[in-house]
Write a protein that binds this ligand. Structure first.
Ligand SMILES: [Zn+2]
Length: 388
């Protein structure tokens, strides 16, 4: 076989294996016969692939079951209890790490808190010390399939670079390459809100949605956009940066950490309240509930700004769902959320009113979101031929 043919044969072989593995993960327990029917591959190709996956202990067999026609069928499923992934969460003052098996049972959890990350190496050293400790406690490191990293900040997920590491400003941190060369596992990096949107689209409250927006109003404000079930990242991975929507003018236009004025995050986020008004979210919530005039006025500015910004995003992108989440939404779940749900439809064109504005209160731990990145890659459907 010519080198070209050998390469394309290898690609086809790995695409077929990925097709089978994806089916076992998403539809298992599943028999070889069903795999051949659903994948369009021959019975022999499926048998060869399954034998390989059994040999590598990635897949296991259940007890044979009677079938309506022909021989008993042997159900196949992913050996998820005995494969592991490490999930890392990186935020401004904290790095957390955990070991999960592929059933999302957490086996180890560690964290390191710092007052402030001093430089890029400080972040990297802290991440490595956590990974080292987790690997030391992993039952079988040959079954460790990768490291997922969830970052509170802008991420170039294609190249594994944190564009704006939390607490370090605009100092890009290449994280995938040094970790992959040190540990030899695949490393995947993604922004926290993007990860949440991916997770909810997979098996959560966005599972039935094709086009959606996730808005997290928390210490900071972030957003994620999904079109046709795919993340939209923009040219520089900045798409969805909802916190920097221009939302306040006149004397309310305060300086934002991005360098411009009047961004949504300067008032509507917990960090904005803290920085510009010297008040934490808990105290602010208490003052609003006590009807204190100055806090009520601030609350109403936040509500109005959110209505305008969310209304504009809906008009521009025409999503079927908008998912709201984060600590600010949680604090005012009984007032702000219903207010947004009831008033936004009246502010937008009738043609895009068929949108469900939902509130997600239960967020998975971010190390778990990070770990899910590894599973997403291990069991991904094969890419379209020609796109490799
Ligand atoms: Zn800004």
């Amino acid at each position: 076989m010519s080198p070209g043919k050998t390469a394309s044969h290898a690609i086809m072989k790995s695409q077929n294996q990925q097709k089978v593995l994806h089916l076992i993960y998403t539809e298992g327990p599943i028999s070889r016969v069903e795999l051949a029917q659903k994948s369009g591959l021959t019975q022999q190709t499926v048998t060869n692939i399954v034998n390989r996956l059994l040999q590598e202990d990635i897949v296991k067999q259940g007890e044979p079951v009677e079938s309506l026609v022909g021989r008993k069928r042997v159900p196949l499923m992913v050996n998820s209890a005995e494969m592991y992934t490490i999930g890392i969460e990186i935020s401004g003052k904290l790095i957390r790490g955990a070991l999960y098996n592929f059933q999302y049972h957490r086996l180890v959890r560690l964290e390191r808190r710092v007052n402030k990350f001093e430089h890029r190496e400080h972040v990297l050293e802290t991440v490595c010390s956590i990974i080292d400790e987790i690997i030391g406690q992993t039952p079988d490191t040959s079954r460790l399939k990768g490291i997922g990293i969830c970052v509170h900040g802008l991420v170039d997920s294609h190249h594994g670079v944190i564009l704006r590491p939390p607490g370090l400003g605009w100092t890009p941190l290449t994280i995938r390459e040094p970790l992959e060369s040190k540990y030899g596992f695949p490393v995947y990096v993604e922004n926290d809100v993007n990860l949440l949107a991916l997770n909810e689209s997979m098996n959560g409250c966005l599972a039935n949605s094709d086009h959606n927006i996730t808005l997290m109003i928390d210490w900071g404000i972030g957003g994620a956009i999904m079109v046709d079930k795919q993340l939209v990242t923009g040219t520089n991975f900045v798409a969805g940066e909802f916190g920097h929507y221009k939302s306040f003018s006149g004397e309310d236009a305060l300086l934002c950490h991005c360098g411009s004025m009047g961004c949504l995050t300067t008032i509507a986020s917990e960090s904005g309240l803290m920085r510009n008004f010297g008040i934490g979210l808990d105290l602010f919530e208490a003052k609003v509930r006590n009807q204190e005039p100055a806090s009520l006025e601030l609350y109403s500015k936040i509500a109005e700004a959110l209505k305008m910004a969310i209304g504009n995003v809906i008009t521009f992108l025409n999503p079927d769902h908008v998912m709201l989440t984060g600590k600010v939404m949680e604090a005012f779940a009984d007032t702000l959320v219903p207010e947004l749900q009831s008033s936004i439809p009246g502010m937008i064109p009738e043609t895009c009113r068929k949108v469900n504005i939902i509130h997600q209160r239960e967020m998975p731990e971010e190390t778990e979101l990070a770990a899910s990145l590894v599973l997403r890659h291990v069991f991904a459907a094969p890419s379209i031929p020609g796109s490799l």
